[in-house]
Design a protein around this ligand. Structure first.
Ligand code: BGC
Length: 247
């Protein structure tokens, strides 16, 4: 299968690499640049161009975005510049890169990669992938089919957005201990379970690298709980998968 390029656009970094879709892994070491601040569409497009051009890539490019994406249009922007709301992001990237571009939600991309190559491989039933980073991202699967843009990081927990209580960024910002943070995550998982009764919950995002510090402390759930296996590369791999599928 041809190599497709994946770019993961996050609140703090923009990472990209060519992806080997047979292996479900990066074909070369990824390149990362800091997300411009403010993360205006023009500045981000420019930074993405820098990442893609570095590899001299020609061919389809898949890109993640940390907000709702419908038909290539970005509809929300909780952790990036609000000027993204309502843009035809796919067309913007396509024009700037001169290459076919596909845009999807970051957690949806990570979820696609985990269900195809990682911790959720060949798993049927209701599977939920949650990414803990700047925000909380979610990807819901029913018998392997993605229900896109579920946005479960914005469920209300103790009167506010759940991601403002239990994201990984909140743990760092408030200097929470692992048990303190795990208590918040556990409460969040309980809420999510009440609504969706997933059989498997996959915990992703950068913090999944340190899963041994907090997964054993999560006790209140019914579902099987496992760490993501593609870790921080899941977004890049999932973005490339989406681009390949779009043809
Ligand atoms: C956004 C989601 C995104 C998540 C993780 C949330 O604030 O609303 O779309 O998936 O952060 O980046």
């Amino acid at each position: 299968m041809a190599t497709v390029f994946g770019v993961d656009i996050g609140g703090s970094g923009i990472k990209g690499a060519p992806v080997d879709l047979d292996a479900g892994a990066l074909a070369q070491e990824r390149h990362k640049v800091l997300t411009p601040q403010p993360s205006s569409p023009e500045a981000v497009v420019e930074a993405v161009g820098e990442v893609v051009r570095r590899f001299g890539h020609q061919g389809p490019v898949g890109l993640t975005f940390p907000g709702v994406v419908v038909g290539g249009h970005t509809r929300t922007a909780a952790n990036v510049d609000k000027r993204w709301i309502g843009l035809d992001a796919a067309a913007m990237f396509q024009d700037a890169l001169g290459l076919p571009a596909t845009v999807l939600n970051d957690a949806d991309a990570a979820g696609l990669a985990e269900l195809t190559y990682g911790a959720g491989r060949a798993h049927g039933g209701v599977v939920l992938v949650l990414t803990f980073g700047t925000g909380i991202g979610s990807a819901l699967f029913v018998d392997g089919a993605l229900v896109p843009n579920t946005e479960l990081g914005h469920l209300e927990l103790r009167g506010k957005d759940a991601e403002l209580r239990a994201s990984s960024a909140v743990r760092e910002r408030h200097d929470l201990s692992w048990p303190q943070w795990a208590e918040r995550v556990d409460e969040y998982l309980e809420l999510v379970e009440r609504l969706f009764s997933p059989q498997l919950i996959i915990i992703g995002g950068g913090v999944s690298r340190k899963h041994e510090k907090f997964l054993p402390l999560l006790t209140r759930r019914e579902a099987e709980l496992v760490p993501a296996t593609l870790r921080n590369d899941a977004g890049i791999v999932g973005a490339a998968m989406a681009a390949a599928k779009a043809g």
